[in-house]
Design a binder for this molecule. Sequence first.
Ligand SMILES: NC(=O)c1ccc[n+]([C@@H]2O[C@H](COP(=O)([O-])OP(=O)(O)OC[C@H]3O[C@@H](n4cnc5c(N)ncnc54)[C@H](O)[C@@H]3O)[C@@H](O)[C@H]2O)c1
Length: 295
Amino acid sequence: MENQCIAVIGAGQMGSGIAQVAAEVGYRVILHDVTPDFVQNGMSRIDKALSAHVQKGKIDEEKKRGILSRIQGTVSYDQARDAHVIVEAVFEDADVKTHIFSTLDGICRPETVFATNTSSIPITRLAASVRRADRFIGIHFFNPPQIMRLVEIIPGLKTSPETVRQARQFVDSLKKESVLVKDVPGFLVNRINAALRLEAYNCLLEGVASVEDIDKALKLALGHPMGPFELADFVGLDIGLSVLKTLHDGYKDPKWRPSLLLEKLVLSGDLGRKTGKGWYDYTSGQKVPRTDVQF
Ligand SMILES: NC(=O)c1ccc[n+]([C@@H]2O[C@H](COP(=O)([O-])OP(=O)(O)OC[C@H]3O[C@@H](n4cnc5c(N)ncnc54)[C@H](O)[C@@H]3O)[C@@H](O)[C@H]2O)c1
């Protein structure tokens, strides 16, 4: 692995986590973003996460330095030239993603595997932007990638069995578990989770129970670590809305129609933990029920 290089495109929440996981198991990692500030934000996030490991005694300072030394931040796509695997984790926007992949298609070696971490865009659609559709695949991590053990492996229509094998091997090398999933809207986990979330929104709108009680009920009765509203705030309401829109567009089934209340929250700029407010209010540093809006 020492000689193997992974390029992660997008140094945000997911990209920085994926870069950290890859560097922890020994890969050399190129971490790319559009500006030096964004790259630096990603590097700082990794530094902070590793410092927390040091404080808990999980790793020592030397190990932390070793992991960080394997990650090279950059704003140049050329740095990804020698990567064995590209993992793209930029904004959930098909045009942005296809532009990046078609650029990298002209830079990377023909055998490099191109993987996308998209939550909702069809893999087959993104694969159509490159000449190597057989080497294109979905490798879908969950948030936070450093902690969540599952990764969905999603072949597109033209992905070769060899690329599937390499993707599984790559995920194994990261000490993660994988499941093989068809390229359908929402893939597997987000599809099932979206159905649960929509039912939670319906219960809220019908006045069956409050946000807090729905979360409490699912945690205590079904053993979920987070309730559907807490989880939606953690993931980001914009991402959750985009997943519902994809399911609705993809299956053409009204059962996936996004909740109007969710759309209103996103329009208002309340996107969950990252903006301080979503289904809950986090502005005090604690998660408390919202008092400024009526759900
Ligand atoms: N957040 C989650 O819970 C989650 C879970 C699984 C998958 N995903 C998927 O992962 C991807 C990233 O999500 P995120 O939450 O990390 O987003 P984010 O907004 O935290 O990070 C996205 C990063 O991509 C960068 N970027 C934008 N355009 C770029 C370009 N042309 N080249 C390089 N970098 C560029 C941005 O500057 C930003 O730093 C999305 O496709 C999302 O659907 C997210």
